[in-house]
Design a protein around this ligand. Structure first.
Ligand code: ADP
Ligand code: ZN
Ligand code: ZN
Length: 741
């Protein structure tokens, strides 16, 4: 058998995570090691035995094999939080690609120099009588600094180090000298930065209603079941999901465990944090993207030491190294932010479920508009489904009206505001109520739409909208299909074909022209660029410093404005034609969320949805807040077109500074794929095609799709592709990323 070698990281708390050491694998361990295995290795000159993690295995020594040491054995010490997290990193690497180092960096925050602040103190290590004696000696010798320190310590048992060197003006040399004579003693206590600063804790008073109680009871019933399933709570906004989460967490804590709560960053508001704080007090901690790496590190250290019970935060909070993790909650489970944008592109939902399996914890997902994947699994019985249909506090759902923009055009109105919406805005301004105008230009890629009949030009092969490219052609981002822009609508012959290109700024101008007295705020990428721009606009609107808030999807998530009684959706179809198979799902989610924004207070709310496609099921069902009907129709489409969750879809994203090289690389890759995939396997390889944004930062980008009904096969293909790319020079300069579903 050939000699095997293993790359090993010996200290993951080090700043240089990239530093690996190669070791020989002894014959007795061949076949027993894998990425993430904890081993014992001889290290340094004295070859003392320390713990390390296997990062990769190979048959190639990097230096003269004679100089390599041999792995001592597999560590049999009890696995702790850290080992669990590393094992999770190994799984992430296998599942989502990238290197083991990238995976480890994802799960472990790098320790920084500025780490936890230390509070150093000084106290006497001799009795008062002895101190008295020493003091006399110092005074006699005119050692005034020593005398000063001793006197102070005889009055005050313990003094902060800084106070001694500062106010008392005693140098560190003097302190050291006294410490060596064993007269005093210095010690340091680590002070962790807690990012939450709050006022007094209030009494917790809410009692769950019957529906909530039943869900909690049922989840607890399955608590000791080792093969328990993931739970999905489908409940409209305000139905009391958060209260359920907190009740479950309280149980987890009572059992001596800890809990992680994932929340999309944008919903991580002060109010949410305060609710958890009121219930759990100082035993919670939060993570958000504005924490410095040092603060992040501190939070993880506190978790490891058992100083907190609950960690609340976005995606990365999932890797909190709790010693006895009992529960992971993922609120707003459908949000895109749960997928990482950088390698490894892990999905927090899948990764949470994996972690829970490894550590015997529970996963509870919640959403008002579950992702198709999650709901599909709930329907299959893979998840347990719970439904909440009513709001916990009496509060009426808003009235929703769909306005047909084709009719508006026919009656001569070419403005972005329909007659109905304009009238209602006027009415609210008179009543001193507030209005939100929402432009859902998510994943917006300039599609071609007939303004007379609403027809949108689609790809004949993939059933997604074609995107308008700068060269004037229409292009499909799945298969690369191209065609010229037609002059007349293929359905009704109208010449009013236009690329729908409207932005928040144009809407602001129109609205300001129509309502010169209205105070308008705009929230989009431009106005929120600076730090806290986001929060500033929202709080200004909440204080009624403006009458109308115009914005992109940022305005529809998670904020309650009791005085908003009208929500206008400018062009609901925009997100419908984003050119991805998930466009209808995203549209439904956004419209449902938008509708939920109006009428959160005393007055009843109204919602106007303007669209060129008023019969589309995502729009009709969002207006009715009917998730099940939407789901049934969308599943039919996914089934027929072979998209997830009915099939699995792996995306291969490639980018390169050299366009020709990228084209060649992708074409060869396609040929290779066709070679390795058996003809009758029914695996479809689609593309390569340009990405929606074909060039970013001078890097050309292409994508290829592989569809199949089982994920296992796609993972195998991914492994082969990784080997192929690794073995071919031509891919050196091409960055390749995989994306599963
Ligand atoms: P969701 O998380 O589903 O949006 P929340 O848990 O935030 O719902 O509940 C919405 C509102 O109703 C909150 O103000 C919450 O305090 C309140 N609430 C929830 N459950 C109850 C209950 N059983 N009794 C009284 N108020 C409740
Ligand atoms: Zn038409
Ligand atoms: Zn296509």
């Amino acid at each position: 058998m050939r000699q095997q070698y293993a790359d090993i990281i010996v200290d993951i708390t080090q700043e240089k995570l990239d530093r690996t050491f190669q070791y020989k694998v002894p014959q007795k361990l061949v076949g027993k090691l894998e990425e993430g295995t904890v081993v014992e290795v001889p290290f340094g000159n004295g070859s003392r035995i320390i713990k390390g993690y296997v990062i990769s295995l190979s048959e190639e020594p990097k230096i003269d094999p004679g100089r390599l040491k041999e792995i001592h054995g597999i560590s049999i010490k009890e696995v702790g939080a850290q080992e669990n997290i590393i094992a999770l990193a190994a799984w992430i690497r296998k599942q989502y690609g990238g290197t083991m180092i990238q995976a480890i960096k994802t799960v472990i925050p790098v320790k920084q120099k500025q780490r936890s602040k230390e509070k150093r103190t000084i106290c006497l290590s001799i009795s008062k009588e002895e101190a008295e004696e020493k003091l006399g000696i110092f005074q006699k010798k005119h050692q005034t600094a020593r005398a000063r320190l001793l006197e102070a310590l005889m009055e005050e048992e313990e003094l902060p180090y800084e106070l001694v060197t500062g106010k008392l003006n005693v140098t560190s040399q003097v302190i050291k000298a006294l410490e060596e004579q064993q007269i005093i003693q210095c010690s340091s206590v680590t002070v962790y930065r807690n990012p939450i600063h709050v006022e007094g804790k209030k009494e917790y008073t809410i009692r769950l209603n019957e529906e909530q109680e039943a869900i909690v009871r049922d989840i607890l019933l399955h608590w000791d079941d080792e093969n328990d399933r993931t739970s999905l709570i489908h409940g409209i906004t305000g139905s009391g999901k958060t209260e359920i989460y907190m009740e479950l967490i309280a149980h987890a804590i009572a059992m001596g465990g800890q809990a992680i709560v994932l929340i999309p960053e944008i919903a991580l508001t002060y109010q949410t944090v305060m609710r958890f704080y009121r219930r759990f007090g100082e035993r919670i901690s939060i993570m958000h993207s504005r924490l410095s790496p040092g603060e992040r590190y501190d939070q993880f250290e506190r978790a490891k030491k058992g100083e907190i019970d609950v960690m609340i935060g976005p995606r990365s909070a999932l890797f909190t190294p709790f010693p006895n993790l009992k529960m992971i909650i993922i609120d707003e489970e459908h949000e895109d932010t749960y997928q990482s944008e950088t390698v490894p592109r892990y999905h927090a939902r899948e990764t949470a479920i994996r972690r829970a399996q490894m550590e015997n914890a529970k996963v509870v997902l919640g959403s008002a508009t579950p992702s198709l994947e999650a709901y599909y699994r709930a329907q299959n019985g893979e998840y347990r489904l719970y439904t909440l249909k009513r709001r916990a506090k009496e509060s009426r759902l808003p009235d929703v009206e769909i306005v047909d923009l084709r009719e508006e055009l026919r009656s001569g109105n070419r403005s972005v505001l329909s007659v109905a919406l304009r009238e209602k805005i006027e009415d609210r301004l008179e009543k001193k109520q507030q209005v939100m105008l929402f432009l859902n230009r998510r994943g917006y890629a300039g599609f071609l739409c007939c303004r007379s009949c609403g027809h949108v030009i689609k790809c004949p092969h993939c059933d997604v909208s074609l995107a308008i490219h700068n060269n004037g052609k229409l292009v499909c981002h799945y298969c690369g299909y191209e065609q010229e822009q037609p002059k007349l609508c293929p359905t009704c012959g109208s010449p009013f074909l236009s690329g729908f290109r409207v932005g928040t700024q144009q809407i602001e101008e129109v609205v300001q022209r129509e309502f010169p007295k209205a105070r308008i705020l705009r929230m989009d990428l431009d106005t929120t660029r600076e730090k806290d721009g986001h929060a500033r606009i929202l709080s200004s609107f909440a204080d009624h410093e403006a009458d109308i808030l115009i914005g992109t999807q940022m305005i529809v998530k998670g904020h309650d404005f009791p005085n908003v009684t009208l929500m206008g959706v400018i062009a609901a179809d925009l997100s419908l034609h984003a050119g991805t198979y998930r466009a209808a799902e995203k549209t439904f989610q956004l419209l449902t969320q938008a509708a939920g924004r109006a009428g959160r207070g005393e007055q009843k709310g109204e919602v106007i949805i303007q669209t060129y496609d008023p019969e589309h099921y995502s729009i009709v069902n969002a207006a009715r807040q009917d998730y099940e009907s939407f789901y049934d129709q969308e599943m039919m489409y996914r089934m027929m077109a072979g998209y997830p969750p009915c099939a699995h879809l792996m995306e291969i994203h490639a980018s390169c500074a050299d366009k020709d090289q990228l084209d060649m690389g992708m074409n060869y890759l396609k040929q290779y794929l066709q070679q390795i995939i058996p003809k009758k396997a029914m695996v479809s390889v689609i593309g390569p095609a340009d990405e929606q944004i074909a060039k970013i930062n001078d890097m050309y980008r292409k994508v290829m799709y592989i569809k199949y009904k089982e994920q296992q096969m796609l993972l195998k293909i991914k492994e082969r592709v990784e080997q192929y790319i690794g073995a071919n020079e031509g891919y050196r300069t091409i960055l390749i990323q995989f994306d599963m579903n």
